[in-house]
Design a protein around this ligand. Sequence first.
Ligand SMILES: Nc1nc2c(ncn2[C@@H]2O[C@H](COP(=O)(O)OP(=O)(O)OP(=O)(O)O)[C@@H](O)[C@H]2O)c(=O)[nH]1
Length: 637
Amino acid sequence: MVLPKSKNSVGLGNSLMNDRFGKNKSSNMHRGNAIHRTNQLGEKYVTNEKQEAAWVKMRSVTEQGALDEFLNTAELAGTDFTAEKMNNVKIVHVDQKNPYLLSAAEERATKKRHKDNHNRLTVPRRPHWDDKTTPQELDDRERTSLLEWRRGLAELQEINDLLLTPFERNIEVWRQLWRVIERSDLVVQIVDARNPLMFRSDDLDKYVKEVDARKNNLLLVNKADMMTLEQRQAWADYFENEGINYTFFSAELAKEMNEARAAAEESDDSEGSYEDEDEVEVPKKLEPQEETEPRDSEDNRTRILTTDELEALFLERAPKIQLKEGEAPRKTSIGLVGYPNVGKSSTINALIGAKKVSVSATPGKTKHFQTIHLSEEVILCDCPGLVFPNFATTKAELVCNGVLPIDQLREFTGPAGIVASRIPKRFLEAVYGMKIKIRAQEEGGLGVPTGSEVLRAYATARGFATQGMGSPDESRAARYILKDYVKGKLLFCTPPPADPEIDALHFNRELYDDAHLPARRRGHLAEMESVADSDVNSVAMDADEISLQDAPLRGQKTASIDRTFFGRQGNAGHLRMPFSYQYSEQGKKQLTGRKQRTMVALENDIDPADLRRNGKKHFKGGARRPKGAGKPTPLDD
Ligand SMILES: Nc1nc2c(ncn2[C@@H]2O[C@H](COP(=O)(O)OP(=O)(O)OP(=O)(O)O)[C@@H](O)[C@H]2O)c(=O)[nH]1
């Protein structure tokens, strides 16, 4: 499937059209200096040097239309070309099975092909250069190297009929990565805990060692607050078996801890009242922790580090700096790389203890290589978020992993099918206050909802209707549900590879209990499970019974639907993240019960996942103030 082309898409195709048909014609004619290049056949040719704004050059290019892809490759190669009209349109027959998803057997076969071709998933290397290399020569070599790399991946994709992530194609972004690697003593790959291998490039680890064998790698499994202890244990086993240097971290928890610290400090001065978000009792004052008890090795394998511990780990894992004679002392350089949205900015924000980089759910915010002086010893190098080449089973999988954007989605049945198969029906019903009507097993149903059944139920419960026919607007429902899934409001963590395979539903079973529901919806899961389906039907909405034609009544209907479902304490809102972050300068000063508990949990060695389940119990008898809670580290510059 070719995604709709962005209005802002750049590329030679657009430029040619503009040149030819006059748009910006006069400016294009004077746009750049002539550059003399030589292609691989030794033929000389002249190009105009592009003089684009820095932000245009750094724009991430991941998916290109066929023409742009072709022209861009030609541009990189500096070749002339002729176009040929191709006629390779695939027709997909829609039958019972969702054509956008794989059957279990197909998935196994695809994964085997992934394994067989895994070593072909490389990152582009920066070509060799030395003092004698001119900038022009280096530029040419870099382009040639990138071109060869792209050709290799295109071949891999076509010959083996494999689907790849929409990997970064912009040479400027790769140049940033090359610089970050060259500069760093320790390269930290940040990945999303929900699917660490999807976001990891093991070839990047190899490349780091190729650049300089003394450099080290660290895999930072961020968003670990979304995992259960058992899940962290399983992944720790896997990483250890594979010899991967890893650690668990949660930028979200760390941020809450920073905020809680700052607020606790303020509360020392004034007897402030805390805003408690739920019914859990929160101690008014945190007492200093007497001493830190030694942690056992199991705990070290799976614990989620605090920011202080993470900084210490960086220094521990980075090689000792060996200065050459006459060389001035320098700080240890830590390079942070990863896909967009894995939480690089959040990790850096948590580390510096103050908001310096904007945090956003939109991919591709960090677009320039930045250095941040974290302390007297550590300097962080933040690389733009970039998608590494990796295999994917389906585009639907890429959407669910947040790698393909939801807003540009045209085919939503595949991703919705994945959500429906992963998140238990009862849990979806309890989260959204809806009844999912599924096809009876005797009529060919599988006992679990299809994506469409979930979407219809959601659209009906929210009053989303299509224009004209007024049927449930599944496409609109899909956008909401998929965004909730990508954000982690509907949680699913991929198990590590194992033989025999770990059952994913069992692996995730602890994520669908009452404690993972929004506070005001707790209790409904148990209630629902105890009520027979027929009884539930009498209070819940039924996709076939509710008319969605009456647009002005939609809001009222939605509210009344949810009230019916949830009784008097009904809540039509969305599930709140257990550790959702609402940043504001003022917000920092408002210590909430939840944030205070997070800090206390981390400082008192309580598993944050456990904390959510048994919140109140942990705080009986009072909690203590963390030792060494201090102000954030000041920046050098
Ligand atoms: N639950 C949870 N969410 C997190 C964590 N870290 C980051 N997030 C969320 O993930 C989203 C992306 O975080 P960012 O820090 O902007 O990601 P990034 O990698 O810097 O993204 P780019 O700037 O696009 O490269 C935000 O919505 C964060 O709130 C975490 O540890 N736990």
